[in-house]
Design a protein around this ligand. Structure first.
Ligand code: CAA
Length: 386
């Protein structure tokens, strides 16, 4: 583990590891295979909220754990080692929280703190940016918020929303001025229980099946004007700033998957004997493991590189470092998980063993919170302008 943490931070990481191994691991196989994970998954979510994992980055003055992002990344890695779906649910809640932490008023921060520490609702929130025709091209959304007196009226449908069906509060991006392009998008707080809010189709996903992904529909939803986050017209910028901070946290999930793939491979390679010796003693396997370890450590280091940049110089642009961490870690998670399947051979391909799930879980790391093609576009922009 590459993070250098103080004792109290490491204690929290150990608590996350213990939670994941004792409270999540026993149910992962069953819930991953289930058509609908149901109440058992909600119970796990509730325990995660009770442990404070959705409020990791909320300052202590608001009732959160007030952790820095080194600790958050290390916690997410431990959770993802056991199940990247549960880790995704928690990280996506953090994604919805970030615009409020960065640009919200004191009252808005208090409101989110109540929601994410379990004082109110489910303990989860969701980040509603993506629409059917606005994925990579995030500014192409059509959801609108029209100002009427001291309210906005919201209409539109968001899709592929992590926590869509379990969140009690949504951070929603909508057009407030069609004539201004990206400068006409604003960010809003929308409580789930407002009339006109409903949850649409739930995705039946290849991986991260212990996370909930749905459409969220807003039909003539009246929201008070004080639910606008920051300034009108700044929503797109806020979304980008949020993603700059959230993408390295996705990288930490990817590193968790890769580390688990290594751990499972080493365990198997030590006990599996071929041609008279454990396969770990065959150079072909040992070198695979060395490559897996090297890639995973470098991915972790790319998160640390981002965090060093983020904390070193306030207001310095860290978009490039965020994109590198997310893209590299997402790519190597898929490669390392696939190598684990290869090392376990037929067992690796079987659902009886945990590694085929790691491949399914790893794949989304190249897709959500900005595809790795978008990350390469962002990095290429910096390379071209240096
Ligand atoms: N920080 C601050 N400002 C930024 C920024 C950043 N990182 N990136 C862009 N901007 C600003 C630009 O400076 C520009 O402002 P000015 O005109 O004042 O200079 C404005 O935003 C528009 O920028 P672009 O012209 O570069 O914007 P674009 O429309 O070409 O899009 C993009 C750029 C990088 C492709 C962006 O659309 C993007 O990141 N797409 C991917 C979207 C994404 O990550 N979606 C994930 C959804 S969340 C999710 O997956 C949740 C879940 O539930 C798991």
């Amino acid at each position: 583990m590459g993070y250098i943490l103080k004792k109290d931070q490491q204690d929290l990481v150990n608590l996350a590891k213990d939670f994941a191994e004792k409270k999540v691991a026993p149910f992962v196989h069953e819930l991953d295979q289930a058509k609908e994970p149901g109440q058992k998954l909600l119970d796990i979510y509730q325990e995660a909220v009770d442990m404070g994992f959705c409020g990791l980055e909320i300052p202590e003055e608001y009732g959160g754990l007030g952790q820095d992002y080194y600790t958050v990344a290390a916690v997410y890695e431990e959770l993802a080692k056991v199940d990247a779906g549960v880790a995704t649910a928690i990280a996506a809640s953090g994604l919805g929280l970030k615009p409020v932490l960065q640009h919200g008023t004191d009252a808005q921060k208090k409101l989110y703190a109540e929601y994410l520490t379990g004082e109110k609702g489910s303990g989860f929130c969701a980040f509603c940016l993506t629409e059917a025709n606005a994925g990579s091209d995030a500014a192409a959304g059509t959801t609108v918020a029209v100002k009427q007196g001291d309210e906005y009226v919201l209409n539109g449908t968001k899709c592929f929303i992590t926590n869509g069906g379990v969140a009690s509060v949504y951070t929603v991006f909508a057009i407030t001025d069609k004539t201004k392009g990206v400068k006409g998008i604003s960010a809003f707080i929308v409580e789930r229980d407002r009339p006109g809010v409903s949850v649409g189709k739930e995705e039946d996903k290849m991986g991260i099946r212990l996370s909930n992904t749905t459409e969220v529909i807003f039909q003539d939803v009246h929201i008070p004007a004080d639910h606008l986050i920051g300034q009108e017209g700044k929503g797109f910028i806020y979304a980008m700033q949020t993603l700059d901070l959230a993408r390295p946290m996705v990288a930490s999930l990817a590193v968790g998957i890769a580390q688990r793939a290594i751990d499972e491979s080493v365990k198997y390679a030590k006990q599996r004997v071929t041609f008279g010796k454990p396969i770990i003693k065959h150079e072909v396997i040992a070198f695979k493991l060395a490559d897996m370890d090297m890639k995973t450590e470098v991915a972790r280091a790319s998160i640390i590189n981002f965090l060093n940049t983020y904390y070193a110089v306030p207001k310095r642009n860290y978009t490039r470092e965020a994109a590198i961490a997310k893209c590299f870690a997402g790519d190597i998670a898929v490669q390392v998980a696939l190598e684990a399947v290869q090392i376990l051979g037929g067992f690796g391909y079987s659902r009886e063993y945990p590694v085929e799930k790691l491949v399914r879980d790893a794949k989304i790391m190249q897709i959500y919170e900005g595809t790795n093609e978008v990350q390469r576009m962002v990095i290429a922009g910096f390379v071209a302008n240096q």
